[in-house]
Design a binder for this molecule. Structure first.
Ligand code: C2E
Ligand code: MG
Ligand code: MG
Ligand code: MG
Length: 293
């Protein structure tokens, strides 16, 4: 009897595994088509200077406009793209779209500081990223310093030597580098001195915990801001959802804010609307009043 149950269970798991494997293959195929047929779009989340509520940049965030499933968020397809060899064409597409959009805003006469583009470790490893970056800025006619690649420290640590060399070569083009999700990786402080970067983005996890009033979290956040300042790097706080958080960070010297408190990621037209409005992003009183794109 026990054997029979075991057999049934094994059969169940096999069916379940087959089902998942099939779903995965289907999703892979769909993603390949999506990249070819232009279903990947970018939304842009404002980076705002909290001292005057002015937009000083955006982060480009990939969205899959799936024909049946609606908008698929990046957490559900970036990992897949990395695993099935699609991250390179996807990353190239994102880079090019972001640079083209920056050029478009430039043509409209707007000065929108910088566009942040997320880069996956696989893209750094391929060794071709520098060429893609150079092509994207040259083809679209934007100044290299208008582009800021966002990389995570975890990914740099995992592949330190070649990753660092690639990043350094890219920085030599004049392109900026931001360390995304700063503070959550495995790096030591000593490591920071070797890291080719211009900006630290404080991870949302710290910002969330700030409201709990934990003195240790406050100390860490203040230290990151101080380190950025002393190393001559910019600092951006991510994931802020309340004015209280904006005030805390401002008091500690971090004025560049990216979070729902100012705006969710918006369509390119949404950003154009802000620019037409003098570049002012009104902070939301409550999160509920922040419109979805
Ligand atoms: P990330 O680079 O750290 O981007 C910030 C994420 O935090 C975005 O999620 C953004 O919508 C979200 N966020 C910003 N402010 C708030 C807030 O106040 N509250 C909350 N709850 N969330 C906030 P999103 O767009 O879902 O992207 C998730 C991650 O996917 C990104 O994290 C990035 O690691 C990755 N990603 C997105 N686009 C790309 C891409 O084109 N290429 C690669 N390689 N990765 C990408
Ligand atoms: Mg990012
Ligand atoms: Mg981040
Ligand atoms: Mg992240």
């Amino acid at each position: 009897r026990a054997k029979q149950t075991g057999g049934a269970r094994t059969a169940f798991f096999e069916t379940e595994m087959n089902r998942r494997a099939e779903a995965r293959v289907q999703m892979e195929n769909e993603l390949r088509v999506a990249i070819q047929e232009g279903q990947i779009e970018l939304h842009y989340q404002p980076r705002v200077d909290s001292r005057d509520d002015r937009i000083i940049g955006v982060e480009a965030l990939a969205r899959w406009m799936h024909p049946n499933r609606g908008i698929v968020p990046p957490d559900e397809f970036i990992g897949l793209a990395e695993e099935c060899g699609l991250i390179e064409p996807l990353g190239k597409l994102v880079l090019d779209k972001a640079c083209r959009q920056m050029a478009e805003w430039q043509r409209m006469g707007f000065d929108l500081g910088v566009v942040g583009v997320n880069i996956s470790g696989h893209q750094l490893r391929s060794g071709r990223l520098r060429d893609y970056v150079r092509e994207a800025i040259a083809a679209n006619g934007i100044a290299p310093a208008r582009l800021e690649l966002e990389v995570t420290e975890t990914m740099l640590v995992l592949d330190s030597d070649s990753g660092m060399a690639q990043l350094q070569a890219i920085r030599e083009l004049g392109v900026k580098v931001a360390i995304d999700d700063f503070g959550t990786g495995y790096s030591s402080l000593a490591y920071l001195t070797r890291l080719p970067s211009d900006t630290l983005k404080i991870d949302r996890a710290f910002v969330i915990d700030l409201l709990e009033g934990d003195p240790a979290v406050e100390a860490v956040v203040r230290s990151i801001i101080a380190i950025a300042r002393d190393l001559g790097k910019g600092v951006v706080a991510e994931g802020l959802e309340s004015m209280e958080q904006v005030r805390m960070l401002g008091a500690w010297g971090c004025h560049v804010i990216q979070g729902y408190v100012y705006a969710r990621p918006l369509t390119a037209n949404g950003i154009t609307g802000i620019l037409l409005n003098g570049g002012i992003v009104t902070p939301a009183g409550t999160l509920e009043s922040v419109a979805m794109p």
